[in-house]
Design a protein around this ligand. Structure first.
Ligand code: MN
Length: 256
């Protein structure tokens, strides 16, 4: 299996290194990742300046550090840097969870999604910890097990799986759940301060509103219960429930 590894925490992030260590023993890998942290860059791409891909001396496989977004990295890897298409793309392991509606901001998920847009299966994997000392070992093993299931299966050629691993010792993990996306809401999103010249600035520092316990089948609930969450995502954002109603508007919406 040939695996493309990427992330949004940057080429030097420990989560990416953990993935490389996990995959290198049994699989061929290539690493293409941002040259610095690009968390919360979502699916941005760079069009207003040139991209540079610096070849890195990496002990675990060919690696490039790109001065762009996670989306740029995957696009550049698949079109230009790699000599052949990977069997699967693995993005992560992100420092911090990517749960529920937060995935719309996630560079980790966007990098995986970019692979899916190229017709490849992809995994985004995140550890629910921001600690510098976090242990990415279990998340890496889960990512490899899932990647091996995805690769080489035509029916799963564009599968996009979002995996979140609780920050718990292996023995305390309470299993794996297949989940749907929950909803994450924040309050006090911007903190207003004054700069040394007296001008206001605003710093995004939202406080998570605790989810109620009713949505037991969500990714948020699973991780809160100490379970590894695997959510299948779909790139088609069409709201099919609204199609009939909107079609009903057509007769009266505009007089054309
Ligand atoms: Mn990140």
């Amino acid at each position: 299996m040939f695996v493309l590894l990427t992330n949004d925490d940057g080429i030097e992030a420990p989560g990416l290194l953990a993935l490389a260590r996990e995959f290198c023993a049994r699989h061929e890998l290539a690493i293409v990742a941002p040259d610095r942290e690009r968390s919360a860059s979502a699916h941005a791409i760079t069009v207003d300046r040139p991209l540079r891909a610096k070849k890195i001396e990496h002990p675990l496989g060919p690696a490039w550090a790109v001065n762009g977004t996670p989306g740029d990295c995957v696009k550049l890897a698949l079109t230009t840097l790699l000599s052949r298409q990977p069997d699967v793309i693995v993005s992560g392991i992100n420092r911090g969870p990517n749960l529920g509606t937060d995935i719309f901001y996630s560079g980790t998920v966007a990098a995986a999604l970019e692979g899916v847009l190229f017709g490849l299966p992809a995994i985004a994997v995140s550890l629910a910890s921001y600690a510098a000392t976090a242990d990415y070992g279990l998340a890496a093993r889960v990512a490899r097990a899932v990647a091996e299931r995805l690769a080489g299966k035509p029916a799963l050629s564009q599968a996009l799986l979002n995996i979140n691993v609780p920050n718990l010792p292996d023995k305390e993990i309470r299993g794996i759940s297949i989940t749907r996306l929950g909803t994450r809401r924040y309050k006090n999103v911007f903190e207003a301060r004054k700069d040394p010249r007296g001008q206001p600035y605003y710093w995004l520092a939202g406080e998570l509103i605790k989810e109620e316990g009713s949505d037991r089948d969500t990714d948020i609930a699973a991780v809160a219960e100490g379970k590894i969450s695997i959510t299948p995502l779909h790139i088609d954002l069409t709201d099919y429930r609204r199609l009939p109603e909107l079609k009903g508007w057509l007769d009266s919406l505009f007089d054309i």
